[in-house]
Design a protein around this ligand. Structure first.
Ligand SMILES: NC(=O)c1ccc[n+]([C@@H]2O[C@H](COP(=O)([O-])OP(=O)(O)OC[C@H]3O[C@@H](n4cnc5c(N)ncnc54)[C@H](O)[C@@H]3O)[C@@H](O)[C@H]2O)c1
Length: 258
C-alpha cells in the first residue's frame, strides 16, 4: 500500500516542490494550502505526471476548525496519514522599533500555531491507525540563530524547535518521530526575493549585491536548493531514520553547526 503524505503549505515554491518529489518517491499526496486554487493546481499536476493520487485542499492552518476539516477529508479519502510535512510560513521584516504587532501575531500564527494544530490533529489519526508516522516541520536557520529585523519570524521558528522536541517526547511511545529541518536561504524563492529591499537597507548595500552577500556567508558557497531539502526530508521520513527523533537538522551549507 502507498503511504499518504500531507504537505501543509504545499501550494507553491518549496512546498509544491516537496509535494511533487514525494509523489515521485511513491507517496499519495494531499496538497493543503491557504491558497486553495494553488493547492488544486499542484494536485492536478501530480495526478497528470505521476502514478500517485493527489488531492488539493484549502486550509487555514492557524484555524483549528479548518485543520479539523482537512483531517476529516484526508480520513475520508485515504483513512490514514503516514507523513505530515508542515511547510507553511510567512516572513515580514522590520526593525523592532517599527515591527507591527499584527505582523508579529501573523508570523506566530502561520509559522508556529499552525504547526501545533496540524501536529495535534494528524497525530491523532496516526495513533488511531497505529502508524509509526513522521512529522516534519520546515524551519529555518532563523530558528537557531536570531535574525536582524526578523523578530516575528525568528521568534516563531525558535518556538518550532521547542514544539518539535516536546512533540517528539509526547509521541515517542507511539513510534511517531518528529523533526525540524533548519534551512539556509532559498535564494530564488519569492520569500527571499521579497525581503531583498529590506536586506539591502539593513546591510547598507545595493539590492543587486544582496544574493552574493548571502552566498559569501555560507562555507559551501551557495544558497539552499529545494532539492537539498527534499533529499533530507526523504531520509527522515524513511525507515532508515527510525532511531532519530526530536532533531533540528541543519541544511545550511555549514552556516550553522549546532
Ligand atoms: N524562502 C526562504 O529563503 C526560506 C528559508 C528558510 C526557511 N524557509 C521556510 O520554508 C517554508 C516554505 O517557504 P517558501 O519560501 O516556500 O514560502 P512561500 O511563501 O512561497 O510559501 C508558503 C506557503 O504557505 C502558505 N500559507 C501561508 N499561510 C498559511 C496558512 N495560514 N495555512 C496554510 N498555508 C499557508 C502560502 O499560501 C504559501 O503557499 C516556510 O516555512 C519558510 O519559513 C524559507
Amino acid at each position: 500500500m502507498k503511504k499518504i503524505a500531507v504537505v501543509v503549505g504545499g501550494g507553491q515554491t518549496l512546498g509544491a516542490f516537496l509535494c511533487e518529489g514525494l509523489a515521485q518517491a511513491g507517496y499519495h499526496v494531499v496538497v493543503a494550502d491557504l491558497n486553495g486554487e494553488n493547492a488544486q493546481k499542484i494536485a492536478q499536476r501530480i495526478q497528470a505526471n505521476t502514478k500517485s493520487q493527489a488531492i488539493g485542499w484549502q486550509v487555514d492552518a492557524g484555524d483549528e476548525k479548518s485543520v479539523e476539516r482537512l483531517v476529516q477529508e484526508v480520513d475520508e479519502q485515504f483513512g490514514r496519514t503516514d507523513l505530515l510535512v508542515y511547510s507553511a510560513g510567512t516572513a515580514k521584516a522590520a526593525p523592532i522599533t517599527d515591527f507591527k504587532l499584527e505582523d508579529f501575531n501573523l508570523s506566530v500564527k502561520v509559522n508556529l500555531t499552525g504547526y501545533f494544530l496540524c501536529a495535534k490533529h494528524f497525530s491523532r489519526l496516526m495513533i488511531r491507525e497505529k502508524i509509526k508516522g513522521r512529522i516534519i516541520q520546515i524551519n529555518s536557520k532563523s530558528g537557531k540563530v536570531g535574525s536582524k529585523h526578523n523578530s516575528g519570524y525568528s521568534a516563531a521558528k525558535f518556538g518550532g524547535v521547542g514544539l518539535t522536541q516536546s512533540l517528539a517526547l509526547d509521541l515517542a511511545d507511539n513510534g511517531i518521530t518528529v523533526h525540524s529541518l533548519m534551512l539556509g536561504n532559498l535564494l530564488k524563492s519569492p520569500m527571499f526575493q521579497s525581503l531583498i529591499p529590506q536586506y539591502a537597507q539593513k546591510l547598507g548595500i545595493a539590492e543587486s549585491e544582496v544574493e552574493q552577500t548571502y552566498i559569501d556567508k555560507v562555507p559551501l558557497k551557495r544558497g539552499c536548493d529545494y532539492q537539498d531539502v527534499l533529499d533530507v526530508l526523504l531520509f527522515y521520513a524513511s525507515e532508515k531514520a527510525s532511531y532519530c527523533t526530536g532533531q533540528s537538522i541543519n541544511i545550511t551549507g555549514g552556516q550553522v553547526m549546532f
